[in-house]
Design a protein around this ligand. Structure first.
Ligand code: ZN
Length: 429
């Protein structure tokens, strides 16, 4: 096992982690009883704090969902007096009303800690400089990147999203070594640096990408065009402080998550029962240290799985897979459950293809469903080989998904690029 060299990342044994989780769970349930909203939820299942005696008792707790946050607006599930709240953040609200989450002083410190741990695991030190293209303001990303970066001692350049020109100027002037952005923004930057021939004028060594699923292809394109040594995928959500719940280390075998700060369960989104270990399902989180808004079995609607293997880096923090899509985005097509991440994984096996893709579902006059996958040809390749390529991809997809789909190849950069989460599924049924 490599020497443990981290300032902020602990390396607990399995038994210590389990003991910390049980203690954190008991405290969290006790704390939650301060909230009338939680009291009502617990009353429905007849639960008292004394019912939590082991980690298995987690199953006795009720689920919470985004509706619980909306219902308690503007201080949902608040478990401390309002005078103890020092900050709020709000989600971008991709669906419905905005969610507001409250933080105590201690919560903001834990938020900074989880981000500092992520930067550390990505190999950054106080010698590094971070330029942040993530959203500042009500959003959690900017505040989290800033606080975690400063905690680690990095010079932090808070530019925010968009404004490519300013980013390019500052990258040349201030020589940031790491860039924090959504995958879409990172791709835009990489393409612009490539187009303007700026690669030798900047000093970027690594990239931290958050907020949306990034295919292997997208990762390679970003790294190659910017001349990076490595890039990392950071996970997180407003409900769990913000970004920084998990990140991959230099071995990229999965995303290490902070098991002393929260418990992750994977459930079947239909039956709500835990899936067998290692299988894909919806991630459900229970916080262990949150004060203002502790989360109890909160349904994230994100699809992933817990990886069974231990990482080559030797760190004893469990790993989950990349976020493979939203449980709400799960496509039911000809009786098979599919999710966008599965398509990305197959596309990634073809060097002749770029990373962008779009899925269109339709229903014909005989009530038969059709799925058309549009995928971009890799940059610089001619279209002569498109028919052959589409046939091979259709075959591989059929093997991987157990469903027949149609493939259409389009020119590089033909599909929409956005600053925000890309919309990949169009359902016309
Ligand atoms: Zn690792």
């Amino acid at each position: 096992m490599p020497k443990h060299i981290y300032r902020f990342i602990p390396n607990f044994s399995d038994s210590t982690l389990a003991a910390m989780q049980l203690e954190g769970l008991k405290q969290t349930v006790k704390r939650a009883f301060a909230s009338p909203q939680y009291q009502a939820l617990f009353a429905q299942v007849g639960l008292t704090p004394d019912d939590i005696q082991s980690l298995d008792d987690l199953q006795k707790l009720p689920f919470t969902d985004v509706e619980d946050l909306r219902r308690g607006y503007p201080f949902p599930l608040l478990c401390v007096p309002q005078k103890d709240v020092v900050r709020i953040h709000a989600s971008s609200g991709t669906t419905g009303k905005r969610k507001i989450l409250a933080y105590t002083q201690k919560d903001t410190e834990t938020f900074a800690l989880q981000m500092a741990r992520c930067f550390e695991l990505a190999g950054l030190t106080n010698e590094d400089r971070l330029q942040a293209a993530v959203g500042y303001g009500l959003w959690t990303a900017g505040a989290g990147f800033q606080a975690g970066s400063e905690k680690l001692g990095m010079l932090t350049i808070p530019v925010g999203p968009g404004n490519l020109e300013l980013h390019l100027q500052l990258l040349q002037d201030l020589k940031a070594t790491c860039f924090g952005a959504t995958a879409s923004m990172a791709l835009l930057l990489a393409e612009e640096v490539d187009r303007c021939g700026l690669r030798d004028k900047i000093a970027l060594k690594s990239m931290i990408c958050g907020s949306e699923t990034r295919s292997q292809k997208m990762r390679e394109t970003i790294e190659e065009k910017l001349g990076l040594e490595a890039s990392y995928d950071i996970a997180g959500m407003t409900e769990m402080y913000g970004p920084g719940t998990a990140i991959d280390c230099k071995y990229h075998e999965g995303l290490h998550y902070w098991a002393d700060l929260f418990i992750i369960e994977i459930i079947d989104p239909q039956t709500l029962k835990p899936v067998p270990q290692g299988e894909i399902g919806e991630m459900v989180v229970t916080s262990l240290r949150k004060e203002a808004v502790p989360l109890i079995r909160y349904r994230t609607h994100d699809l992933s799985r817990i990886l069974k293997k231990r990482c080559s880096c030797g760190l004893n923090m469990p790993m989950h897979d990349k976020i493979l899509g939203r449980s709400d985005d799960m496509i039911i097509y000809r009786g098979v459950n599919l999710y966008p991440g599965q398509f990305a994984a197959v596309i990634g096996q073809f060097p002749e293809l770029a990373g962008e893709y779009q899925i269109e579902l339709s229903r014909d006059e005989h009530a038969i469903d059709h799925l058309l996958l549009t995928v971009e040809r890799a940059q610089g390749l001619s279209q002569d080989n498109d028919i052959n390529l589409a046939t091979r991809l259709e075959h591989k997809l059929h093997q991987a998904l157990l469903a027949r789909v149609d493939v259409q190849i389009t020119n590089y950069a033909n599909l929409p690029r956005t600053f925000s989460k890309s919309k990949r599924v169009i359902d016309k049924r």
